[in-house]
Design a protein around this ligand. Sequence first.
Ligand code: AMP
Ligand code: GLY
Length: 420
Amino acid sequence: MKVLIIGSGAREYSIGLALKKDKNCSCIYFAPGNGATPALGENVALANLYDLAKFALDNKIDLTIVGCEEPLSNGIVNIFRQLNLTIFGPTQAAAMLEASKAFMKNFLAKYAIPTAKYIETNSLEKAEAFINTLNPPIVVKADGLCGGKGVVIARNLKDAKLAAEEMLSGTAFGTAGKRVVIEEFLDGYELSVFAITDGTDFITLPICQDHKRLLTGDLGPNTGGMGAYCPTPLVNKTLLDKIKTKIIRATINGMRSEGTPFEGVLFCGVMVVNGEPFVLEFNVRFGDPECESLMPLIKTSVVDLFYKAATNRLKEIDIGYHVKFAAGVMVASAGYPTKVTPPQPITIEPGAERSDAHISYAGVTMKDGTLYASGGRVLACVGLGSTLLNAVENAYDLVKKVHFEGMQYRNDIAYQAVKR
Ligand code: AMP
Ligand code: GLY
């Protein structure tokens, strides 16, 4: 099969790495890819959705996999399907689960799917009135896509009102903040749950934990994610059953009832409070860095899995896993997440990558045969192991063999599950 992967992060790299080892995949294209993806396939410098569809037609692409949310929200799946191209991902209408937090919260309320108490509004007066009914901390969210930055956890009523005002006036996030969701704070632990679905059936992948704060000890600003691991021991069968029935099944059925079946990867950001799961957010694509840890665990052909999901035949898949744990440590440039700093050459010690430790690349460029860290999240060091501790140690052994000026990473990935 010829496959086109849309995106440029470590998430898309890790999908490419899985496909490279997959006997069902003959050829990989990345649009646009990054400075390291040419080691796995061919980079295609296209971004316009119609140009991508033309490329897929001209090159007889059998399957397109969309890694990132923007093209999904902009309707790439609708455009490809009109041309009878096979694409793995939700339609524009189904992608609203991520594109609008107000849409998502109203959907959850309609189908009685557990989530934090909330209002969604474009009126500062209503926002302030609801804030007055809550006990701090109070969560204020911009409705639209903000690259993971649109959430403020305010420590008091005054800060919550200020955050709502800054969003609604457009100063904080432009039009994405013109509507806000205000919600109660849920105090628990977070899980990243991924369901591959064809709109009817679903397969739940090993449950992950991400680490959103920049610094060790869950300090510093929120980021896209600084590391993840799976499967997490923080889920037992009872909890998993609740997540599957109350959240995933209810969402898939609800989206069908709305006339907008959800196909692709449903990423449920779940908060567990006293053993009960609540939806914090939905994303309509794989998590980054979660994907980097998930991909190497899947034993089944990943191309076949995505292809069957994209062609409403998920039932035919009997998914298998390597009996292993995976942990990924994100290494970011100096200045992340607020500043982009000048590119820095990367050196990797010889023999650093092994069968149980590898790199998935993100913010890198290649110049004259040298790989440069070009800002943001640069690469993920992924360790595999027969125990979680083993996987984490393998990931950190690899981190120590990667060098570039100003690199930053957390020392405590998987701290809720293992002591190092
Ligand atoms: P979101 O983009 O909605 O997932 O929010 C980003 C992060 O903010 C989440 O991963 C949580 O850590 C935190 N968060 C969001 N909503 C809540 C909530 N209602 N209670 C506690 N923490 C929250
Ligand atoms: N790791 C969280 C996300 O991809 O949104």
